[in-house]
Design a protein around this ligand. Structure first.
Ligand SMILES: *Cc1c(COP(=O)(O)O)cnc(C)c1O
Length: 361
């Protein structure tokens, strides 16, 4: 068996140990005589599983008691609608900061529900930096402030938490949750699709502060999209994505074994630094994101000659380095360095890039 170093942005690489455990116990989970995918979500066994997933998540992220965790079936993008549906309330407006493709999409979806306020001029940014907070045009009556901590496509990441006073921070952490410690108490809502850094696709984790669960929606919303209903039913209102919950649980145990999020942060920072240092030292490759907001998780880079892109990808694949093609909106390459990417994978990538530059530069 050879496993490639998979640099795809998502669904993304998972730790081999986690997949091996899935494989080993797929037919008979915990002596039940059944597979985890065949077990009812209302059984004691599954309730114990989902409770343990929440406990481990709370422990790793140090989630305060006045925050609730929801396991919501579906894509992260569903939150782009669920957030305005659930949170706009009487204020009927919210602030949106745009630093890349995902935050722009979140704003566009929210605009379908209300006249939200875009705090910056997205079109002029070209998504290579985060505009200075003192230039954001904030609305004092905003129901919340939405931003995307790590722009998976553009490789732009916040290395600070915006200061918003009383206005709750709502943050899309899909591509960076669990990559380092985070002060949850600074946020109103954090959400993250599972397929980038935790588990297979199919589920979104929402961490929500108690007072926001109590906000009254102004319009009726479908029960399956209502945070209050999902919370009251402990994420078992409908059949949850049981397999995704299970794999998420295994990944959380793996993270604990690695030493938790402080240990992951050190590794992730080191991996990203290695790659940026090489790119910056090279004449052949370039990363155009402002240094202060470069992503640890997704490193986009371009070759000095775009016509070599296909050759680069083909040869990389032969060398066991897969899914390096950049998003079509940005072009070039992108190396995603989530938790499951070992440092050896980054070294292998840099060695390959050096070799390629020498042959084609
Ligand atoms: C991948 C991604 C999404 C979209 O995830 P889906 O589950 O496909 O909706 C949203 N936000 C960010 C930051 C992402 O990386």
């Amino acid at each position: 068996m050879t496993r490639a170093y998979n640099f795809g942005a998502g669904p993304a690489m998972l730790p081999t140990e986690v997949l091996q455990q899935v494989q080993a116990e797929l037919l008979d989970w915990h002596d039940s005589g059944m597979s985890i995918v065949e077990i009812g979500h209302r059984t004691e066994a599954f309730k114990a599983l989902i409770t343990e997933v929440e406990t481990d998540l709370r422990e790793l992220l140090v989630i305060p008691e006045n925050y609730q965790v929801l396991f919501i079936t579906g894509p992260a993008r569903a939150q782009f609608a669920m957030i305005p549906m659930n949170l706009l309330g009487e204020a009927a407006t919210a602030d949106y900061l745009t630093t890349g493709v995902w935050s722009d999409m979140a704003a566009k979806e929210a605009q379908r529900f209300s006249a939200i306020n875009r705090v910056n001029e997205a079109a002029q940014l070209n998504f290579k930096t985060i505009p200075e907070p003192n230039t954001w045009r904030l609305n004092a009556n905003a129901a919340y402030f939405h931003y995307t901590v790590n722009e998976t496509i553009n490789g732009v990441e916040f290395h600070f938490i915006p200061e918003m006073g009383e206005v709750p921070l709502v943050c899309d952490m899909t591509s960076s949750l669990l990559s380092r410690p985070v002060d949850i108490s600074r946020f109103g809502i954090i959400y993250a699709g599972t397929q980038k850094n935790l588990a297979p696709a199919g589920m979104t984790i929402v961490i929500i502060r108690d007072d926001l669960l109590k906000r009254k929606a102004v319009h009726p919303i479908p029960s399956v999209y209502d945070y209050r209903v999902l919370h009251e039913q402990h994420s078992l209102y409908y059949t949850p994505a049981t397999f995704v919950c299970y794999v998420a649980g295994l990944t959380l145990k793996w993270l604990k074994k690695q030493g938790g999020l402080a240990a992951m942060a050190a590794i992730n920072q080191r991996k990203a630094q290695l790659l940026y240092e090489y790119i910056d030292s090279s004449e052949f490759y370039r990363n155009e994101v402002a240094v202060a907001c470069r992503s640890w998780m997704n490193v986009p880079f371009i070759l000095s000659n775009n016509e070599l892109n296909d050759e680069f990808l083909q040869q990389a694949k032969k060398a066991g380095l897969t899914a390096l093609k950049g998003h079509s909106l940005v072009g070039g390459m992108r190396a995603s360095l989530y938790n499951a990417m070992p440092e050896a994978g980054v070294h292998a990538l840099i060695d390959f890039m050096k070799h390629f530059a020498k042959n084609y530069g």
